[in-house]
Structure formats: structure tokens, C-alpha cells
Design a protein around this ligand. Sequence first.
Ligand code: LLP
Length: 432
Amino acid sequence: MSSQFLSPCFSYKKSNLYIENLSVNEVAETVKTPFYLYSAAQIKANIAHLQSALSDVLPDDHYTVCYACKALNNVAIMRLIGQQGCGADIVSSGELTRASQAGIAHDKIVFSGVGKSREEIAHALQAGIRQINVESGAELKLIESVAQEMAMAAPVVFRLNPDVKAGAHEKISTGQKENKFGLEAKAIKDLYRYAEDSSHLTPRGISLHIGSQLIDMSPFDTAYKIAADFVTELRSAGHSPDTIDLGGGIGIIYDQEDKPDLSTYAALVAKHIAPLGLHMIFEPGRMIVGDAGLLISKVMYIKETDHKSFLILDAGMNDLLRPALYDSFHPIIALQTTENEEHRLFDIVGPVCESADVFGKNISLPRNITANSYVAITGAGAYGATMSSNYNARDITAEVLVSDSRFDIIRRPINIEDQLSFENTPEYLISG
Ligand code: LLP
């Protein structure tokens, strides 16, 4: 049994789904479902794959891979990724704390995002991160004033909005004029000059990030050409950038997609960007962790109606929001199945009180699947755990990391007692 969406660290041995050298069923018998399950080997393989494609065309000391930890920011996972030589792309003070705790060198951290607060900027400058990616003139002024108070010069790069359409869904497209992200070239030119004249700012170059889950590499071709031309313009205006941050966005196979070709991507970088002689930063998120994670869930009920057979899982949209938010599809497979087993179609849903709490319609699963069997929702490593919530006062699920034949709980569930411990009922409501 093999499916193109299952990455090499997941496979069926006899009738059981394995993650590396461990039976997933064995983990499911021990850890309360639902839970996220990650393969350390697959994460390492994904990083190695990217590094090898880039190293084929770029000298190793000309680029840094800064993992976009919004995709999955568990500290154990970030430590594993840091150990492979990656830095981090962060979008909040919280992610900076996580990166520090994971032992990621601060000079390999870049800070993205349109709404950084004064406290977050101070935290980043205090930590001595590599650069802050600036998204507006107002933000630049705030960074300057914080740096002045700290008697230092803040390293900044300016995020270019190249007005290129990219991304699998309009909600994950970021590089067009109507998006809130980035600055127009003309605005950057003015701000670059301003930063150069300030003793509390050090302008270092430009960044861009056009969208997420790109399968076709041609939007990178367009955007990187625009970025390269813009660097040339900055140089003609007398500036000396030393950095270009090329963002993330490379997609993964969720279902039937073609495999994004990393050598095509690297060739585009070599063609447009490498000749500029700048230090290059890459911010991949999804492609590092996406196919390395499963959401493991138990079948609670099988509900037959005149129209449908529903499989009601114990995982819901609060655990994995992507299908409800982006209509994305994550194939669902049984942990135990035999080669020629008969299948039938189910609508697979969660227990949350929302009609959007649906993981898939008309999904083929073994005909004889029963309550208490386990299923795996695939491709759940990126933007799964990090986007989960406690909606319906449900637990925030556990996360488990597998390496070879061992597994470790890297986050226990955040349960109702944990949640209530943050709340307070004023005395007058109790006594009155
Ligand atoms: N750099 C910046 C500035 C970003 O905004 C992002 C993602 C990345 C890098 C990483 O992009 P990636 O390599 O993962 O495509 N929640 C959505 C994805 C949102 C992406 C936001 N920005 C989803 O589940 O599809």
C-alpha cells in the first residue's frame, strides 16, 4: 500500500501504519487521542533536501535557512530544526522566546509581520537578532525610537510587495497590491534613504514573501526578477544592501498535487538573485514540517442516515482548522488495513458544534471500520498544532515526536483544569 501523499517516513508494514520504526497504533494505544505525531527523520530529510538543492547552486556561506516557525513552533521541534543548521523566521515576541529556548542562535533570527509592538521590537533588539523586516513607514519610526532609547542602531530590511499573484488560496496569498503585506518600491526608496541618514537604523536590504503552498514555481520567477531589478535600482541610488530575504512559500503534496521541484526553485535563485552577491535568506515553513506530521484520531461513532455514512472522530476543527478555514483537503487513512480490503465512502466529521467541522466528504475507508478504530489525518505537520484552539472548551491536543522506534510527548494536552486556572469569577457574582 502506498500513496504519493505519504512521505517516506510513513509506510504500511503488514497491515499497520508505521512512522519510522514504530507502529502508530502502538502510540495510539498509549497516548490519549487526538494527538499530533511527528517524524524527526522526515523533518531532517526535508531540510537536507532543501539544503542540497541550494548547495548545488550557491556557496554554503552565502545563505541562511530561517525556518518560519509559525508553521510549527513546539520547542523540541525547533531545537531539532536548529540542530540542522537553521535559524528562525519569527512573527512575535512569543516565537522569539521559543526560538531562544530551542537554542537557535539569535544572529540567525529574522522578525517578520505587519504589527510588531514596541515591546516586541525592544525584545528583538535586546536579543540581538539578525534583522527586523519592516512593513511600513510608521513601523520604521517606532523601531528607530526604540533603538534610540536603547542607544543602538537597529538592523532593518524592507519588505517589498512585488504585486505578484501566488498561493494556493486567496487567504494565503500575500504578495499582491491589495494585501496588507510589504511596501511599494517607491516607498522603500524613501524609507531606505531615511534609514541611512538615521544613526539608530542600519538598512541592510530587502525581503519579500509572495504566498504559501506554491506548487508551480513560476510566481517565484516573476517576483525574484522584480526583486533583483529593485536591488539594482537601490544600488544606483547609492545604497549598499548586503541582504535579500526571499521568503518561504514552497508547497507540499497534500493530495494529488505535483511535487514542487526544488531544483527549479534553486535555479531561479541562481539566475536572478545569486549574481547580486548578497547574503540570501530563505524562510520555508510548510515544506520543512508539513508532510512530517499526522493528526491521530479515534472513530467515536459511525452514524448512518438515509443519505450518508458519517464517521464522527474525536478530533475537530479546533485541532486542525485548515479544512474549515481554507477548504483544504488532508487525506485520511486507517491505521490498520489490509491490501485488498473492501472500502466504502464516509463523510468524516469532528464533534465540534459547527457545520464547518468536516475533514472530508466521500472519503474511502475500509468498509468494516468500527468505533474505536484509529485514523490518521495526513499532511498535518504545518499550521496544524499552531492554529489549534480550545473552542468548545476542548483540550488543546498533545504533540508526540518519534525518532526511529522511540516516542516522546513533547506537549501534554492543555486540559480544562489548565484553562480554568487562568480564569477568575468576581466575588460579587458568586455571593450576589
Ligand atoms: N515568511 C513569511 C513572511 C510568511 O508570512 C510565511 C507564511 C512564511 C515565510 C512561510 O511560508 P510557507 O513556507 O510555510 O509557505 N496558515 C496557512 C499558511 C499561512 C502562511 C503565512 N505566512 C495554511 O495553513 O495554509
